[in-house]
Write a protein that binds this ligand. Structure first.
Ligand SMILES: Cc1ncc(COP(=O)(O)O)c(C=O)c1O
Length: 381
């Protein structure tokens, strides 16, 4: 039997390739974006508690109410943004599902979605599998990966259905600014363009920056699907729990697709997060935790020949290697995994045309011992 592939150009992702290579060669794995330390024991206790209590059957399709309520409260307290738990917040199986379900809800054949590249790898397949077309806006190292809104404007057509945004951004670590949101608001005014906003790193943001969701702009909330995750904030990427917040009419359509993708998400974890988030420090402390890691990693690299700008957010640090070699970034990432025992991700994989900025991405969500050892090896280059 053969299948006519809907994704003929998709192979094994770079994350699997690099993690496998790191495992085979015993390299320090700073490639894939997940912590190598455990989540809070309290959180595990809570999941256990709810499992023993019998919370092991389907959760409501939109998620358990206490979790939606605590999310509503957190979003109101931190950003002055209010979403109604009953009709505007949906718990899903990770931000990946939130994005996919959004695309499935809004796209019709040949609709266009503006995507900034380098782009997280699930965006374009989510668009294309739902009949849409990705329209790329290419961000470059020369422009410090900032958005030129005149270029975005030039890409808007009558077929533009949505603009996909990420803040803080993976892989660049950049964060949207007030100016970005003002430009965006002007561009979409009096259009029917939706904003799909990936904010999985909302609590991992540094140097006293404020996280700015597009939804926090008064002119943008009505058209924004705010997609988030519990995985990065609570060191629980394997639990695959996330959410989507959007105005009532948008949420109604979102839930129609969510119910056919997963219907509902794991029950005991939802109860555990609902309790754990009652203590704001459990999510507010994450910023300091990662800022310290970022600073240590950068400091350990200070005698290396890499050049870098400290990440503004996320748990990724990009480094330019032009003072060491001119090799293509993909080949170099593979070679250094084998030869010096440090695995990274080449930035070119996040570009449609594999643009090579001579930059590698290192994940610093790793214990200090691993980070210091990796930096030591990188300093020898
Ligand atoms: C930008 C971005 N969005 C989404 C995800 C996936 O989130 P989740 O595990 O909640 O599906 C990741 C994970 O690396 C990410 O970096």
């Amino acid at each position: 039997m053969t299948i006519t592939s809907k994704q003929p150009n998709i192979g094994t992702t770079i994350f699997t390739v690099m993690s496998q290579l790191a495992a085979e060669t015993g390299a320090l794995n700073l490639s894939q974006g997940f912590p190598n330390y455990n989540c809070s024991p309290k959180l595990i206790e809570l999941v256990n508690h709810y499992m023993h209590k019998g919370m092991n059957q389907y959760a409501p399709m939109a998620g358990i109410m206490p979790l939606r309520e605590i999310l509503a409260q957190k979003t109101a307290d931190l950003y002055g943004l209010y979403y109604q738990p009953a009709e505007e917040i949906t718990i899903v199986s990770g931000c990946t599902e939130a994005i996919y379900a959004t695309m499935a809800a809004i796209l019709h054949k040949d609709d266009e979605v503006i995507v900034f590249e380098p782009a997280y790898d699930s965006y374009v397949p989510s668009i294309e599998l739902n009949g849409g077309k990705a329209i790329y806006v290419t961000l470059t190292a020369e422009n410090d990966f900032t958005i030129d809104w005149t270029i975005v404007k030039s890409k808007i057509t009558e077929r533009t259905k949505a603009i996909m945004l990420t803040t803080p951004h993976n892989p660049t670590g950049k964060c949207l600014t007030k100016e970005d949101l003002n430009h965006l608001a002007i561009l979409v005014k009096e259009t029917n363009i939706f904003i799909v906003s990936d904010e999985v790193y909302e609590h991992i943001i540094f140097d006293n920056r404020l996280h700015l969701s597009p939804a926090s702009h008064p002119a943008l909330k009505e058209r924004t699907f705010l997609c988030g995750s519990f995985g990065k904030t609570f060191h629980t990427t394997g639990w695959k729990l996330g959410y989507c917040m959007a105005p009532k009419e948008l949420t109604a359509e979102f839930r129609k697709t969510h119910q056919w993708i997963t219907f509902a998400s794991p029950t005991p974890m939802q109860h555990a997060f609902a309790d754990f988030m009652k203590e704001p420090d459990n999510y507010l402390s994450v910023r300091g935790f990662y800022e310290e890691k970022r600073n240590k990693f950068i400091n350990w690299l200070k005698d290396s020949r890499f050049t870098l700008k400290p990440a503004e957010g996320s748990f990724f640090q990009m480094v330019s290697y032009t003072q060491i070699t001119n090799e293509p970034d993909y080949d170099l990432a593979v070679r250094w995994t084998k030869e010096i025992g440090v695995a990274s991700i080449p930035i070119s994989v996040f570009y449609n045309q594999r643009n090579d900025n001579k930059i590698l991405r290192f994940c610093f969500a790793k214990d200090d011992e691993m980070l210091e050892k990796a930096a030591e090896r990188l300093c020898r280059l």
